[in-house]
Design a binder for this molecule. Structure first.
Ligand code: TXA
Ligand code: MG
Length: 346
């Protein structure tokens, strides 16, 4: 139905065109404040099926339903309690996804057969305008092949999945740069299923204590909890405290470094000898580091080094979300390397 994908500046006219593509069952990549999403009409099961194909995403991994108005929440979920109301009031629109009991009208393919639905109202003006014009909620995962780095620019989307989709709306760099925090609310409790752009402390300020989900890693409650994810193609290794000096000082070949901040003078030497060094935030600001995370990893991956070493960031606030992604990327490397070692030699 549609010709080659175009990156199109997100003007009002382009947004109008994008909304009519969605209404006709096409796929549009669009910016949100977290990462770029790949959207389809939530009620069009064929269009949603195409999202899974383009991303090579397993059908057991459900999608987030994006809305532009809190009045749509009632039709998507069968129950809202006080905690949910408070979170909606405070954080919609914003980098929060709520997992709630689903209503009948949400197609099974969207929720991967689960009795719950993930709902998010992005704050990015382009995303909001697109959903509003489409006059229906938009089902959208991050616009990357399954398991790979999330896109924070229109170019990232084009390079990764450009051929399979109908339009890319370019709204510039995503300001938050990591995905939304996913919170499941059951009758009494709130569980963090994925760390993200909203910190646990910010959520707890509004609804009190939350639980961090640490369930069965093989059969995760939220498929994003698979131990490997968010991964560049290059092998990645997070430097544990003790290793840091040893590895950084040894003679290294074709290695890249993802550093948290600019080195202090006495540590400068530890940054020498790499093919490429990416610094998440020169002054060590976690918000800036989160915003730069995927773009830095994309550049490191493109540099074709043999290994990317990662200097950990402090695991507080947004640092939790950053490290969750880096550990999963590392886990993925381990898994890939094991696969490689097990292959018959010929
Ligand atoms: O910031 C974001 O959340 C971005 C932008 C585009 O909105 N979207 C995004 O979608 O990251 P995706 O599909 O890449 O990640 C959604 C996560 C997955 O880990 C998925 O398993 C989980 O949300 N999820 C979706 N529906 C769920 C449900 N009903 N129960 C548990 N987890 C769910
Ligand atoms: Mg994703």
């Amino acid at each position: 139905m549609f010709s080659n994908v175009r990156i199109t500046a997100a003007t009002p006219r382009a947004i109008k065109e994008a909304s009519s593509i969605i209404r006709r069952g096409g796929l549009v990549a669009f910016p949100t404040e977290t990462v770029y999403g790949l959207g389809a009409d939530v009620f069009n099961v064929e269009a949603v099926a195409r999202i899974f194909e383009v991303k090579n995403r397993p059908r057991f991994d459900p999608l987030i339903v994006h809305i532009s108005d809190t009045s749509s929440i009632g039709m998507l979920t069968s129950s809202i309690n006080e905690k949910v109301e408070k979170l909606i009031e405070k954080f919609f629109p914003g980098p929060l996804t709520l997992v709630l009991p689903k209503s009948e009208i949400v197609p099974e393919i969207v929720t991967a057969g689960l009795p719950t639905v993930a709902i998010r109202m992005p704050s990015h003006p382009v995303a909001l305008a697109l959903i509003k014009r489409a006059k229906r909620p938009i089902a959208a995962p991050s616009a990357n092949p399954f398991g790979y780095l999330s896109p924070t620019t229109a170019e990232h989307v084009e390079k990764q999945i450009g051929e399979g989709i109908d339009m890319i709306l370019d709204g510039g760099r995503c300001p938050i740069g990591i995905e939304s925090t996913v919170v499941e609310i059951t009758r009494e409790d709130a569980f963090i299923l994925r760390h993200g752009g909203l910190t646990v402390a910010e959520i707890e300020e509004v609804i009190g204590d939350v639980k961090i989900y640490s369930g069965n890693r093989r059969r995760p409650h939220s498929p994003g909890q698979l131990p490997y994810h968010y991964s560049p193609r290059t092998t990645i290794k997070v430097l544990r405290k003790k290793e840091r000096k040893e590895i950084l000082e040894e003679k290294r070949k074709r290695a890249g470094l993802l550093a948290f901040k600019c080195p202090e003078e006495r540590e400068e030497i530890l940054y020498y000898g790499y093919e490429i060094v990416e610094i998440l935030s020169p002054d060590g600001d976690l918000k800036e580091a989160a915003a730069n995370l995927f773009a830095c990893l994309h550049r490191l991956d493109k540099a074709m080094v043999d290994i990317i070493y990662v200097e950990p960031v402090p695991e507080v606030g947004l640092g939790n979300a950053i490290m969750e992604r880096l550990y999963k990327a590392e886990e993925r490397s381990r898994y890939k390397n094991k696969e490689y070692l097990n292959r018959p030699q010929c």
